[in-house]
Write a new protein. Structure first.
Length: 322
């Protein structure tokens, strides 16, 4: 069903904002127009200094937050030793304008803003891996997970660092309008519709010995046969590695075990089939490699919180923008 009123995304640019992250919501949600309308504001409507040698001019002040369906807060240059109760009065007032039922999203270290406002207490959240330990010490009531690219906790979403803002915006489009719309936006923006792994693949580690062997070809091979059982031994044999070497290299490259990765790919394939075909649930389960509908229900519930029929009813008839 096509929305008749665009979902309004308001982006709050704070002093010292990082311009790349500031531009992400406009680029991603703007590509899905007319489903979304994106407006950018500062606290007082004045130009905002970026973290570099230029400023940006915005068209709105914080009063526009009153109209937001989703508020996005990009990261900005701030003191790394900000105390737990740090939150300037004008910023607190701006956040207070967000109406009940609206979503709020932080990108990278803008999670400090949400946490200082008490919006993350008792919730699972993420931030840039390099700041995760300090963030956890500063906000002990937040359940910090530095291994993921973003966390969706309903009306509050937190993304990790920089480009993970793209991931969370695409996720929201997928959540609002289904994979077909999100995938089209990703293609138009020339970015992957869903990135494998999490922040674990970006965390500093000792550099391994040079090698031309990777698991990429084996991952592609596995994706072409998701309808069949695939064992760790089979994947290692395809990569022409020992099981031990393959397991270590897979985790280094992807940030998770091959078993976790396979389950994620099966879940995503099942979601696509539920959205784009009329196949019975048992057939979807078989095509995605779960074997039984019961197994697929369990994994879908764990990944997205809803059973297959409810997911299909929600996303099957969504419209794709021209």
């Amino acid at each position: 069903m096509t929305r008749t009123v665009a979902h309004r995304v308001v982006v709050l640019a704070l002093d010292g904002v990082y311009p790349f992250e500031l531009s992400i919501p406009s680029r991603i949600f703007g590509t899905a127009a007319p489903l979304y309308e994106v407006v950018t504001c500062s606290l007082d409507g004045a130009p905002v200094r970026t973290g570099y040698d230029f400023s940006v001019t915005v068209q709105h002040d914080a009063t526009v937050i009153d109209t937001a369906d989703t508020l996005v807060v990009p990261p900005f240059v701030c003191a790394p030793d900000a105390p737990r109760d740090w939150l300037p009065g004008p910023l607190a007032a701006a956040l207070g304008r967000l109406r009940p039922g609206a979503r709020i999203v932080s990108i990278c270290t803008a999670s400090y803003v949400l946490a200082a406002a008490g919006l993350l207490d008792g919730r699972r959240a993420t931030t840039h891996w390099n700041d995760a330990e300090h963030f956890q010490r500063t906000f002990p009531d937040v359940d910090v997970d530095a291994s993921v690219l973003f966390i969706d906790d309903g009306d509050v979403l937190t993304a990790a660092g920089a480009a993970s803002g793209i991931d969370v915006c695409l996720h929201l489009i997928r959540r609002d309008h289904g994979s077909a719309v999100a995938n089209r936006v990703a293609r138009l923006c020339v970015v992957p519709p869903w990135r494998e792994g999490g922040q674990a693949q970006f965390i500093d580690r000792p550099i391994p010995a040079p090698s031309t062997a990777t698991t990429a070809a084996t991952r592609q091979w596995a994706l072409s046969r998701l309808d069949r059982p695939i064992s760790l031994a089979e994947m290692a044999a395809h990569a022409q590695m020992s099981v031990r070497t393959f397991s270590r290299r897979f985790r280094e490259e992807v940030g998770m075990t091959s078993g976790q990765w396979l389950i994620r790919q099966r879940v995503e394939h099942a979601r696509r089939l539920l959205e784009t075909t009329d196949l019975p649930v048992d057939r979807v389960a078989a095509e995605a490699g779960f074997g039984t509908a019961a197994s697929m229900r369990q994994h879908l519930a764990g990944a997205i919180g809803v059973p297959p029929i409810a997911y299909r009813n929600t996303f099957r008839a969504t419209a794709v923008p021209a």
